[in-house]
Design a protein around this ligand. Structure first.
Ligand SMILES: [Zn+2]
Length: 257
């Protein structure tokens, strides 16, 4: 009897060890596959509207960069941002019932850009209006008001967005400010993400106030799935933010040469 119990114990330990070994191997393979993700292929199409602006102006390496999450102050009926293909067409639940999925992702990307940017020594901060529905666009607490003041003081203000899915969206790219003073950071971001015309949609509210709009990609397909999956979310957000920070750093270092 004692012998049988002993054999059971040994076999039990053996099975547990094998199980742990196999699952950690599987986890390692998964982790490696995820970190190998080619982020540019996930972002989907870049905007393809003909435009020929160039950012020539050099920037100082201490330039103050302000990062905003698009639609953070406009979660009312108009201008809440896209719900994404998942919620609108595939019947998925929103990431957070209180805000659009676009804002949900805009906030996570904004914060990751600032975290990585600070680590890389950039003079970078973010702003959040906290109040999620400010009706008057000229209220001093809106993204537009803060971004406008920041830009007038010589800083670089950029608002993160995801574009609409399907026929409603154009793809990733930088919508520059209404300015003859487009700079090397604009040029570098446009080279990495794509280049929207200056007068896109007749001139959007942000760009009219000196704020750059960065469309990360259309909120659909591979990009949306990779964001929604808990296996890939963290690494995808990190890779998108790293791409933005690298483009900014590149714009600054080109200015120095
Ligand atoms: Zn948007």
């Amino acid at each position: 009897m004692l012998l049988i119990k002993y054999i059971y114990q040994i076999l039990g330990k053996y099975f547990i060890c094998t199980f742990i070994l196999l699952s950690s191997l599987e986890f390692n393979v998964l982790a490696k596959e995820i970190s190998d993700i080619d982020i540019l292929s996930i972002l989907g199409p870049q905007v393809s509207i003909k435009t020929d602006w160039k950012g020539h102006l050099k920037v100082d390496k201490s330039i103050s960069i302000l990062v905003l999450a698009g639609h953070a102050d406009s979660q009312g009926i108009a201008g809440a941002g896209t719900a994404g293909e998942g919620v609108d067409l595939l019947g998925m639940n929103p990431m957070n019932e209180l805000i659009s999925d676009e804002l949900y992702w805009n906030i996570l990307i904004r914060d990751e850009i600032v975290k990585i940017g600070k680590r890389k020594g950039l003079n970078i901060t973010s702003y959040d209006p906290i109040e999620r529905n400010i009706v008057d666009g000229n209220n001093p607490n809106t993204n537009w008001s803060k971004g406008s003041v920041h830009s007038r003081k010589g800083g670089y203000a950029i608002e993160i967005h995801f574009d609409s899915y399907g026929e409603y969206g154009f793809g990733s790219g930088l919508i520059p400010a209404f300015s003859t003073q487009l700079n090397k950071i604009d040029e570098s971001l446009a080279n990495s993400f794509g280049r929207y015309p200056i007068f896109f949609r007749g001139g959007l509210g942000g760009p009219r106030r000196g704020i750059r709009i960065l469309e990360i990609g259309k909120l659909e397909g591979k990009l949306e799935s990779a964001l929604r999956s808990s296996d890939t979310r963290k690494i995808v957000i990190n890779k998108i933010a790293s791409l933005v920070v690298e483009a900014i750093e590149n714009g600054i270092s080109i200015s120095e040469s």
